[in-house]
Every structure is written in structure tokens, then in C-alpha cells.
Design a protein around this ligand. Sequence first.
Ligand code: ADP
Ligand code: MG
Ligand code: MG
Length: 318
Amino acid sequence: MPKDESVYSYSAVLMGSPILLKLFRRDEALAGRVFALIKRYEDLFTVNRAESEVMDINRAAGQRPVSVSAAVYQLIKCAKAASVPPASAFNLAIGPLVKRWRIGFQGDSVPPEVDIQALLAITQPQDVLLDDARQSVFLAKPGMEIDLGAIAKGYIADRVRDLLRKEGVREGLINLGGNVQTLGAPEGGWSIGLQKPFAASGELVGAIEVVDKSVVTSGTYERYFEQDGRRYHHILNPHTGYPLDNELDSVTIISTDSLDGDIWTTLLYGAGVEAGRQWLARRPDIEAIFVTKRREIFLSSRRHFRFTLLDDGYRLID
Ligand code: ADP
Ligand code: MG
Ligand code: MG
């Protein structure tokens, strides 16, 4: 097994995020291909620029279906399936609400209630109409917008893993701005830090050890603004149009695919600790760590990870 000193790290900034690739061989060419792959997918999925396939779909809302590439179609189809169940807090059609709130961007403030009510009418996932034969997507109402911001990184992290595996990489790690995907087990496992909510970046509450797994954390501390003594963060409740409000500071998912990690962090944010635990009981392939505002940490079965508590201001609950 490789020792620590043989780690080669490659970094870039893509998707507005720091990207880190770790390999146990020196391979600049492969690193270059990984970053090019990430950029190619970013160009398809982004809604932060004028041009992308997702922007083509959004611009044609209420007018016509748009045929898209296999990757975009596949990801939208998967995102719709996760969005449609009535209890789901995940919603791929959340775009107009995200744009209106502008959370974490200049000029963010609480929108008037009437605006939010109006936008709820054009954020319905069942109005995203798919046609498998044409590989096309039609947003049925004018003003609708797909937003893949919560899942694009997970999808891309999985494709990077696939590429590395195909290239014979047995042990490697890609960190796509918080979506960590790993191959193999250097020295028994990868250790991934769990950020302490609302503390300086890099201050940890714990360490998660995994082998061949993705680790994704979503936290209300990541992006928010304050108004009249209240905090408004960037994960919205698609049923109310306001930020999700419950006992959670962060949700971490340990899973094989980082795409599942992305979807499940949002689902479990919406479910909260009690209901979330029941959902997890039916999905042994999905593991979770909840960090609550009361400084409690809940861990699921731990079949697929090990956890070390690093901050004695927190306590484990079961
Ligand atoms: P990041 O990885 O950039 O921190 P997250 O994975 O935490 O982002 O997802 C937050 C982003 O997802 C928001 O900025 C927004 O674009 C989008 N989003 C917000 N609420 C929802 C929701 N309920 N369902 C799906 N996407 C959402
Ligand atoms: Mg994310
Ligand atoms: Mg996040």
C-alpha cells in the first residue's frame, strides 16, 4: 500500500469551486484529462452563464421541448424522479425561487410573500416533461427554470471516478468543492474531515474514514444571509418557498455514488432527524451523519464508514 509521501496532488478552480485530485502516481496528463472532463460537464449543466444545454431548456420554457445530450437527459431524468414524491425536499425545478432569493449573492433579502407564492406555481417538478425517444426536456410553463446546482458536482465526481478506474487508478480521491469521491484504501482508508458548522473553514467536529465511497456534506452554514436577527440559508423548502427550517446544521451522506450523496443530503435536510432515520433504515446503502444545532451528532449504521469525534463540545446520540 502506498505511503503518504507518494501522494501527488493536483488542483484547479472549476464550477466556482476549488478542485483537488489526489493520485499515488505522478500523472499530469491524467490530471489534465480529469479537469477537462469536469469543465466539459460544467459547460453542459451550468445556469450561471448565458450558454449551456440547461440554459437552452430554460430559455424554451413554455414554448418547446429541447433535445439534449445523453448526460444532461440522464441527470435531469434522475433528478425529476427524486423530486416528484410529495414528501421530497429535493426539487430540480427550484430555479426561479433560487434566483429570486439570491442567497449568498449581493442584494440578497427576504422576498415579499406574494412573490414567493407566485413562484411556487412555476417550480413544480411534474411540469418538467421528458421524452425518452427524443431525449428532450420541455418545461411546461413560461418562467420555469431547472437548477442542477445541488447535484451537478455529485454526478461529475462519479464520472471522474469512472475515468480514473478505467485508467487503472486503484487509489485516488477527487474533491469537487465538497463532493468527495474516493477509490480504494490507502493505509486502510481515506480520512475526510467533517467541518464544524459556523466555525472557521477547516475546523473539524470529526473525521470520517471510508474505502471506495463518496462523502458529501451539505450545511446551512455554507451560504446564508441574516435579516432582522434571522438566518436564511441556501437550501430551500420547495413546498413553502422559504429556506428549510429545522434542528439541523449539516447532513453528510456516505454512499457509493456521489449523486446519491447530493440527492440524499437534500432529502434528509427536508426530513429532519426523526423521519430521516426512518428513511435510512430502509436504505442500507445510504449512510448519514446529522449534526444538530444542539451540538449533537447522529450516526447511521456505520457499516460503510468509521467516525472519530474531534470536538468535545459535541456529543454522539443514538
Ligand atoms: P453546494 O454544493 O454548492 O454547497 P448544495 O449541494 O448545498 O450546493 O446545494 C445547494 C444548491 O442547490 C442551491 O444553491 C440551489 O442552487 C440548489 N437548491 C436549493 N434548494 C434546493 C432544493 N430544495 N432542491 C434542489 N436544489 C436546491
Ligand atoms: Mg453540493
Ligand atoms: Mg453544499
